[in-house]
Design a protein around this ligand. Structure first.
Ligand code: RET
Length: 315
């Protein structure tokens, strides 16, 4: 057999048995192939973003780094699921007669949730930094997000109908996140200018539309045991490709001509100290006038404070 026609034998090497327990409702080799395909998409996206980041100065790479990291994490999660690893058998709440989902227990991939608990905060950070949200609000939304993912994992691991209790907490957390994104953060983005608002809204709408489908996929898979594990993989896989590579592409494209300093993300870099005043102006550094004398502040602060207004009349 040549290397080219070797089959994916992950399910043979890593069989449908963990901790001396067999799983009845599980993925097939085709499902594992699909997971590997998504793994490749995630890896390729992460590498592309890394390469693109080199076109920007180190200080302006925050969105590249966040997006590249989240695609790398997903790449590893998909490698794990394609290799038939990162799962455990859980007895189903609903026994079905459909042969595709008939049986007492089901393969539950906890690897998904490890991925999400790392990557969804990064996605939210991408979005909320775009909107220029204050960092305590960013932390608050990330807290809700972690609550949502962890309740989803707990619900998936529970056998009885109590799983739906966890699910309900998770959905409530998601709705609150949607409120923060749709109302609070959008207002902040608008205050930063039309172009920032446009990027925020396009990535935000993509997020809302895609995210709302996750609890539906969960209800049909880990929750209700309605669709087979292969279909579960396709459902979540499509959502993950939209939520990570497509989202990241839209975000980086949108940010290309936006100076991160406008979002409050001006970062110090070696050499900033000895710059000429023209250079300082270009880089949006506070202008010290001449020879370090305290003077006029940068002119394009979104809302000049009273002190500035008094000390520096319109130039
Ligand atoms: C769960 C079940 C509990 C209730 C809710 C859920 C929502 C999950 C979401 C996941 C988003 C994942 C992303 C992954 C990135 O690729 C945990 C399924 C509401 C919204 C964006």
């Amino acid at each position: 057999m040549s290397t080219l026609d070797r089959r994916n034998d992950a399910t043979t090497v890593n069989p449908f048995r963990v901790n001396d327990r067999d799983v009845v409702i599980h993925q097939t080799v085709r499902g594992a192939d699909w997971y590997y395909a998504v793994c490749a998409i995630m890896g390729a996206t992460a590498l592309t973003i890394m390469v693109l980041s080199k076109r920007k100065p180190r200080t302006d790479r925050i969105f590249f780094y966040l997006s590249s990291t989240l695609c790398f994490v997903a790449c590893i999660a998909y490698f794990s699921m394609g290799s038939n690893l990162g799962w455990t058998p859980i007895d189903v709440d609903f026994q079905r007669s459909n042969p595709k989902v008939a049986g007492r227990n089901r393969q539950i991939f906890y690897a998904r949730y490890i991925d999400w608990v790392i990557t969804t905060p990064l996605l939210l950070t991408d979005l909320l930094l775009t909107a220029g949200m204050p960092w305590p609000s960013i932390l608050w939304v990330i807290g809700l997000d972690e609550l949502m993912i962890v309740t989803g994992l707990l619900g998936a691991l529970v056998r009885s109908r109590y799983k739906w209790g966890f699910y309900t907490f998770g959905c409530a957390a998601m709705l609150y996140i949607f409120y923060e994104l749709g109302f609070v953060a959008r207002r902040h983005a608008l205050a930063l200018g039309k172009d920032v608002h446009r990027v925020y809204v396009s990535c935000g709408v993509l997020t809302l539309v895609v995210w709302v489908l996750y609890p539906i996929a969960w209800g049909l898979s880990e929750g209700g045991n309605v669709i087979a594990p292969d279909s579960e993989g396709i459902f979540y896989g499509i959502l993950d490709v939209l939520a990570k590579p497509c989202f990241s592409a839209a975000l980086i494209w949108g940010h290309w001509n936006i100076d991160p300093a406008r979002l409050g993300l001006r970062i110090h870099e070696i050499g900033d100290e000895g710059l000429s005043s023209a250079e300082r102006e270009k880089r949006d550094l506070p202008n010290t006038g001449h020879d370090g004398a305290p003077g006029v502040h940068s002119h394009h602060h979104a809302a000049p404070c009273a002190e500035n207004a008094a000390a520096a009349p319109t130039v």
